[in-house]
Design a protein around this ligand. Structure first.
Ligand SMILES: [Mn+2]
Length: 563
């Protein structure tokens, strides 16, 4: 080690030791500031995976009524354009119970009073013509080895099964090898469960149509069963999710370190998604948000066409997806390596809000507790900077009288702080970026939530306030601060695992405090970007995806199948 390097390192250690006292999750305690190659993917044996999946299926069955059947259909391919599809993604709950990515498949669980439920997997038969075009399909043995489901029927039997349900007859496969001993009374399907999907056409149109074609059954929505299970992450899932988060941390660090050489946002997006692909993520869990300067004030900005300027903050809200589990991590950092006074003032409020929220999370606490803690800190901070007229101040014109619970009335309305912090504090994280789970139940060990306060000083925000004297008076009061902080957008988002006693920051390795970010930028931007790969690379079980019979002409069929 050269003396100069050693001095630099010593300085960094001093900085990091000082920071550590203030921030228990400081990443610099044990590691130098550099872009790290994160650990390799977790590995599971066939038996570990089968046991995990069998446990999940057993829990689903335990939650079902007796004499009922659950039918899970694979996701439909989604059209990108013409005969080109988007990348295929399996329906989450089918994947949750089988880890199978094959299209045109279905899983049926039948609970008929017997000790063990019947599990039937309907799987399309391997076909040389299809494999030639789209790659290898699972054999029944592959499917059993991956999922642990032992009864595999050809997907063509699914029609018979559906017909037997419609006719209320006992199901028997064509070769009589599989048959049901009873007919179910209730059918569980994935059905719409919120106001954004009231006609069922957003996510589960086939299931919804099927449910309408059945009579004489009680049709039950399987979603609450899955939501209750998926909201708690097993040790197996925690390892996979941690890997998705680790890939995302590596990507964020690379993006921060390369920012000084970047001219446009799409280049930073490319640095991030390069790491996703290189670390064999499935994909992103949601389109990458990379916004510089005022673009950072648009919550879901995905165009990435703006210039990256050294005097601006760059906001990156990105998440790699690995084995159907997605990270969701936001960092906002100064492109030039140093926060300006105004940027730092806004950033510190958001940071403090995050810290305050995290301290309230523990088993038994309610979701509104961190939400309220974060809001309180942000409201106080905005009042101090003069961006709102005071704590508790309302947007003029939104005031209403509401019962105060003591026989009188009180004034309620839209709080002024929501001009600058207009989204929720966090959400469940898992197979969906905004994952399933009931927000009205207390925190339990194994839940994973994001912690993502933000402040966005949008340049047109004041234009939409009412043109009343009251509103104009508020605008006049906050305008000087508004002019000072205009176009600054800051979000900090971390992924938090609820533990027995509190919370674990799954994203703790990624620099987050102002001093850590500045030290990281100073150190990592001098580094040559390493293309060192993790020691262990992790290719995964491949499966060809097909559904488009349009390309399988008669000639193909005769060529490959001889008929
Ligand atoms: Mn989020």
């Amino acid at each position: 080690m050269k003396p100069k390097c050693f001095l630099t390192l010593l300085c960094l250690i001093c900085i990091s030791t000082a920071n550590f006292a203030a921030s228990p999750n400081n990443f610099a305690k044990t590691e130098p500031f550099a872009i790290r190659t994160m650990p390799p993917a977790p590995k599971f044996t066939d038996s570990e995976r089968q046991t995990e999946l069998a446990n999940r299926r057993a829990k689903v069955v335990a939650a079902m009524d007796d004499r009922s059947a659950l039918i899970l259909m694979s996701a439909q391919p989604k059209i990108y354009t013409g005969d080109v599809d988007f990348l295929y993604r399996q329906e989450n709950n089918l994947y949750y119970l089988t880890n199978l990515k094959q299209a045109s498949s279905a899983l049926v669980l039948i609970k008929d009073g017997a000790a063990a439920a019947k599990e039937i997997l309907f799987l399309p038969r391997r076909e040389p013509s299809r494999e030639t075009w789209n790659g290898r399909m699972y054999s029944p043995d592959d499917a059993t080895r991956i999922s642990g489901v032992k009864t595999i029927l050809d997907a063509s039997e699914l029609d018979n099964f559906i017909q037997s349900i419609k006719d209320k007859k006992l199901f028997s496969s064509t070769d009589k090898s599989v048959s049901a001993s009873t007919t179910p009374e209730n059918i569980y399907l994935l059905l719409p469960d919120n106001e954004r999907d009231s006609d069922g056409m957003r996510e589960f149109p086939e299931e919804y149509k099927f449910s309408k074609s059945l009579s004489g059954y009680e049709i039950k929505n399987a979603q609450p069963i899955f939501a209750d299970l998926r909201v708690i992450k097993s040790a197996f899932e925690q390892k996979l999710l941690q890997h998705a988060i680790d890939i995302t941390i590596e990507a964020q660090e690379r993006a921060m370190a390369t920012a000084k050489n970047v001219r446009f946002e799409y280049e930073t997006q490319a640095e991030i998604e390069y790491v996703f692909r290189r670390r064999n993520a499935d994909y992103w869990g949601y389109p990458s948000i990379v916004g510089c300067g005022e673009n950072g004030t648009t919550l879901h900005y995905v165009e990435s066409q703006g210039a990256v300027k050294p005097t601006d903050l760059l906001l990156m809200d990105v998440g790699a997806e690995y084995e159907h589990l997605t990270a969701d991590v936001t960092r906002t950092f100064p492109v030039g390596g140093k926060f300006s006074k105004e940027q730092a003032e806004i950033y510190q409020i958001v940071y403090d809000a995050q810290e305050a929220a995290a301290k309230t999370i523990k088993p038994g606490a309610m979701y509104y507790e961190p939400q309220n803690a974060a809001r309180r800190v942000i409201e106080q901070g905005l009042a101090k900077l003069g961006l709102i007229t005071g704590v508790g101040a309302l947007v003029p014109g939104t005031e209403q009288q509401a019962p105060d619970g003591k026989g009188g009335t009180k004034t309620v309305g839209v709080p002024q702080f929501t001009l600058w912090f207009m989204h929720g504090w966090g959400h469940w994280l898992g197979m969906n970026v905004h994952d399933v789970g009931d927000y009205s139940k207390p925190f339990r060990e194994g839940m994973v939530t994001t912690n993502e306060p933000g402040i966005y000083i949008r340049s047109d925000a004041l234009d939409y306030l009412p043109k009343t004297p009251e509103a104009q008076a508020v605008i006049a009061k906050i305008r000087p601060a508004f002019e000072r902080y205009k176009n600054i957008g800051v979000r900090i988002e971390d992924d938090m695992l609820v533990t027995k006693t509190g919370v674990e920051w799954m994203t703790r390795k990624l620099p987050r405090s102002i001093s850590d970010i500045e030290a990281f930028m100073a150190s990592a931007s001098k580094q040559t970007i390493s293309n060192k790969q993790a020691k262990q690379i992790s290719p995964r079980i491949a499966v060809g995806v097909f559904d488009r019979d349009i390309i399988f002409t008669d000639m193909n069929r005769r060529l490959y199948n001889g008929k």
